[in-house]
Structures are given as structure tokens and as C-alpha cells.
Ligand binder design. Sequence first.
Ligand SMILES: [Zn+2]
Length: 302
Amino acid sequence: MKMRLFMPIAVGMALLLGLTAGAHAADKIKAFASFSILGDMVKQVGGDRVEVTTLVGPDGDAHVYEPTPADARNLAASNILFVNGLGFEGWMDRLEKSSGFKGPVVVASKGVTPRHMMEDEDGKSEEITDPHAWQSLANGKIYVANIRDGLIAADPEGKAAYEANAAKYLDAINTEEAAVKDTLGKLPKDRRRIITSHDAFGYFGAAYGIEVIAPEGVSTESEASARDVASIIRQIKAGKIPAVFIENITDHRLLDQIARETGAKIGGTLYTDALSAPDGPAPTYLGMFRHNIEALSAALSS
Ligand SMILES: [Zn+2]
């Protein structure tokens, strides 16, 4: 008799515990981030209160991403959307419309000074906005402030937590920024020139004094012209470019070919528009900087 009474109570308790755990998970703010670098930044600022879904994951190329119906369902189930902006996610408007998402949209790059450049497209010269603002840590701090303010607006109860997380993260970014400037500042002036496949280091180069030449332009959508490739090969042969770097997000056949034809050394892999897998060498925004700086410094020190 005692057992019979006890069992339903135990079952009831288990159910109650299960429901409480479920309710706790459901209480988290569901954030949707367009690509892995931004997803990591949202995780750092959101901490325990936020569950982050990242659309374009590790080693993925956001320039040419094609959203799926499952992406639209995930976005529809989210409370807040984080995008880079500056034309990076050309497919996002369509995804937002098809998902029916009506929540707040935080443009992480809001307030950065955009870089513009002229690019030849089908024989016409056009002005293009460079979207890769995260590659400067000074801009990364603007991203963090925008993420913090967006989360506070969406979840005012978490204000103190978001402010504390952001402050701690900004400290870490400041420390990394000083280390980057120190390490790259030691490189000889005539060796501060590299080649990557697409032009993702405009902000990086301007911030840290490295000249970056990229046959593909600011988007991986465009292809390198034969004239650009020939010009790069001439520059390497003239001894003006010490190293060629492949990128984690792009096909590296063109750079392999350039390296073969010129004898230039491949300086390693740079993480440009996406992080590595969690167990790889660049699993976070700051980890990506540490990895890239190490690779550049090893290849460009004399
Ligand atoms: Zn890019």
C-alpha cells in the first residue's frame, strides 16, 4: 500500500523536475546569428541567458550561402536576429521574408566607418562596400556594444549580466588588440605584404599596417581575372611579396597554382569569414586573431 502511494508521487516529482528543466531552457533568449564569427560574439555577450543558433557555420562561406527551408523555420522560432550588415548577407532579406520573422534585427557593424573600393564587374567599374569590418579589433568592440545593447533591449531583465559579460569581453579584446599591434609592429616594413584569395583583410590591413593583395575582390562570388593573376605573379617574381596565404573558406587551387608558378611559399591558412570547428585552431573570434597573427608573424618575420 505504501509503495502504491509512493510511486505516483515519485512519477509526479520526476515530471515536475522535467518540466522545470524544460521551462528553464525555454526561458533563454533564442538568438539567431548569420555567421560563425558573429555567433561567437553573441555567445560571449549573451552568456547563460542566450541560446545561439548560427546559420553559416565553421569554415562556411557566407558570401554565397543559400538558405534552406529549415533555416527559415529556425529563424521563425528565434527572438532576435544578429547580422553583420555592410552587404555581407545578400540573401538575408529573402530569408527574413520567407520565415515571417518579426523580431528585432541587430546590425552588428552599425557605427563602424565602412571601407569602399572600386571593383571591375563585367567590364564596369563599381563602388563596393567592404563587409569584413570584424577583421579590425577596434570594430569588434563596436560589434560587442551593439550586441550588448540589442540583448538589453530584447531582455531588459538581463541588463546587468549583459553589461558584465560585455565589459569582460571588451577587456579581452583590448588585450588582444595590444598584442596584435605589438607583434605585427615588429615585422620589417618591406615584408608587410601578403596575398590571400579574396579581399577579406581591408580593415585588418588598414588597422595593422599590412598590405593585402587578393585576386578575387571583396566577395568570393567574383572570379579572379587573368590580368589580376598575371599581375600578382609578376609581383611575386619581382620579390615584392614574401608569402601567399590560403583561406579556410575558399577553394585554394588558384593560390596553389600561383605558388607553383612563382615558387612563393604558402604561409599557412588564415581564417577570414568563418571560424574553425570547435576543436580546430580558430574556434572563437579572439582565437581566430591569435591564429592569424601567429601565421603572419611566422611567415613575414625576416
Ligand atoms: Zn569575405
